[in-house]
Design a protein around this ligand. Structure first.
Ligand code: CU
Length: 288
């Protein structure tokens, strides 16, 4: 049965409660921290050698699509009515909007240490201890909007700019690709600091705390953010029905990215699946 991923701001009270319960139960079972570990393991910047799959690479979109499907399966083993909702940050743009309410993800962190004090994921409620990360901080942290150095979430216009690009990705197939839908959405721009953070990247920065960096999956907003990124890929496919994942074939031996990115019909680690197989989600879920 094809299930539906909804806009998080439209969830009913009972849908919110069941989603939160499922997240807390997947965490209690120890499964959640495995997802955090996987995301850290595949967080390879393009300055490093070797294959990149999850970020700064064409397979950014299929990698996260499959990653979300795995978490969604874990949630649905707990409660088969649950799906991952998406956070449309072009519409819900303030720290008071969904998903930052007490019955969803709670709000921003307190000033002293950025610790989240409200909602089900506040450490003091005893159900959300951070166990996998780059520091020993056991509590979830956020700094919504970056209080010291404010930035705004990407706008519908920013997103439209990415969606208008008819080509999936282009050489050099990394964080410096100036054209192509993938990097325009992933959001590595030229320059330094805030000006260089576009679309997907900018949202990670706007949330702050664990969402900045490889341990970002510790914050449950990670899944709602990436569900919206996934929805945008889906919309781009509808806009450009003849466009496909690129590169179509493995890059030639002389190419600087040879052996470093996944082509359309190559396996996408850590799974036994290809980007080609992940292009069409219509048999599994749809977006409302
Ligand atoms: Cu990621």
């Amino acid at each position: 049965m094809v299930y539906t991923r909804k806009d998080v701001s439209t969830l009913t009270r009972s849908e919110r409660r069941r989603l939160i319960n499922a997240l807390l139960e997947v965490k209690r079972r120890g499964e959640y921290d495995e997802f955090v570990r996987t995301h850290i393991e595949y967080y390879k910047p393009d300055g490093e050698r070797g294959l990149r799959t999850a970020h700064m690479a064409p397979s950014f979109l299929p990698w996260h699509r499959r990653f979300l499907l795995d978490l969604e399966r874990a949630l649905r083993r707990v409660d088969d009515a649950v799906t991952i909702p998406y956070w449309d940050w072009t519409r819900d743009r303030t720290p008071k909007a969904a998903p930052w309410t007490d019955d969803l993800l709670g709000g921003t962190g307190r000033r002293s240490d950025r610790q989240v004090m409200t909602g089900p994921f506040a450490h003091r409620n005893g159900k959300w201890t951070i166990r996998v990360g780059f520091t020993d901080t056991p509590f979830l942290q956020r700094d919504l909007g970056r209080s010291q150095n404010p930035i705004a979430l990407p706008t519908a216009r920013d997103v439209a700019g990415a969606l208008a690009d008819p080509v999936y990705d282009t050489a050099p197939w990394n964080s410096t690709s100036a054209k192509g839908f993938r990097n325009k959405l992933e959001g590595w721009g030229p320059g330094r600091g805030a000006a260089s953070w576009r679309n997907h990247n900018r949202v990670h920065r706007w949330v702050g705390g664990q969402m900045v960096g490889g341990a970002s999956a510790n914050d449950p907003v990670f899944w709602m953010h990436h569900a919206f990124v996934d929805l945008l890929w889906s919309r781009w496919q509808q806009r450009h029905p003849n466009a496909r994942y690129l590169p179509a074939r493995p890059l030639a031996a002389g190419d600087a990215q040879h052996g470093r990115v996944v082509a359309r019909r190559e396996k996408l680690p850590p799974w036994d699946v290809t980007p080609e197989k992940l292009q069409d989600h219509s048999g599994i879920y749809r977006y409302a």
